[in-house]
Design a protein around this ligand. Structure first.
Ligand SMILES: [Zn+2]
Ligand SMILES: [Zn+2]
Length: 287
């Protein structure tokens, strides 16, 4: 039996900006039925809370989104006792109003991934997990309040289109995602979100807008508009905008301080003793 005091309650699956400063740090390897986590898990204290952290893409950002061992990552956090997972994610914007640097606490996703293991229930026991409201509203609410307190641009609610990657979208795909009602496009929330639900863990995805994806173009008169041959507003020809890795990395590093701040403030507010509907997702899901 694990000592009660040793139980970790909050997990962060992160990257740049989410490596908050922990005390009494130790590194732990967790063995899972699915193989290795992205990296050894760092466990430590932050203002009275026990935190587990690991970089999603491994040490030195070496594992691409489509090859992440999502099941091992979520299984390991559950094994450590984690009840709340916080998962920052760099995303492209699908809406003009979601400018670079904005944070969006998504509450819906559209799954466009193709080759990922997205369940712990492979047969024998059959589980149909509900996903009508897949993200934890309690965590979203806390992060939203913290974001407003520190004066960053933040929105509660939005739809995350999760693509397989590792490539970025075509212009046609990007426009289609807009028509579907997508707010942002990224490569990692799925299947983290559904695997967390199957383990009855609260899961929250803080999406950080790093670019405008490829639906957008720049009209010399009207600014950023949907890309096409001519501007629908004024008829001018439109300059193409493209998404590329240097742009994404540059925005992430500019936002790292804000991410760190919102994480630190919100973590202190999480009431780890409270009950949440996320802890009961299996009660009506198993046949
Ligand atoms: Zn919850
Ligand atoms: Zn125009």
């Amino acid at each position: 039996m694990r000592n009660e005091k040793e139980i970790v309650e909050i997990g962060i699956i992160g990257g740049t900006g989410s490596d908050i400063t922990l005390e009494n740090k130790k590194e732990m390897k967790v063995y899972t039925p699915y193989g290795c986590t992205s990296a050894a898990i760092i466990i430590g204290d932050f203002k009275g809370k026990k935190i587990a952290y690991f970089p999603r893409h491994g040490i030195g950002h070496s594992i691409p989104p489509h090859n992440l061992n999502y099941r091992a990552n979520i299984w390991a956090l559950k094994e450590l006792g984690v009840k709340f997972i916080i998962s920052p994610s760099a995303v492209g914007s699908l809406r003009l109003e979601h400018k670079k640097g904005k944070f969006i606490l998504v509450d819906q996703y559209i799954d466009r991934t193709k080759k990922r293991f997205d369940t712990f229930y492979e047969g024998g026991q059959v589980c149909h997990i509900g996903q009508a409201d897949p993200y934890c509203n309690y965590l979203n609410e806390l992060f939203f309040e913290s974001g407003k307190d520190i004066g960053i641009e933040i929105q509660k609610g939005g739809t995350y289109v999760c693509i397989e990657g590792p490539r970025f979208s075509t212009r046609s795909e990007s426009k289609m995602f807009r028509e579907w009602g997508g707010d942002v496009v990224g490569m990692t929330t799925y299947p983290e979100v559904v695997l967390s639900a199957e383990k009855e863990i609260c899961y929250c995805c803080i999406s950080m807008v790093t670019d405008l994806d490829v639906w957008a173009g720049e009209c010399p008169k009207c600014g950023v508009v949907e890309y096409g041959n001519l501007c629908k507003e004024c008829g001018s020809s439109i300059n193409k905008l493209e998404v590329n890795v240097p742009e994404v990395l540059e925005t992430i590093s500019r936002n790292a301080a804000n991410l760190k701040k919102i994480l630190e403030i919100t973590i202190t507010k999480i009431d780890t003793k409270r009950d949440c509907s996320c802890f009961h997702t299996l009660s009506d899901a198993i046949i």
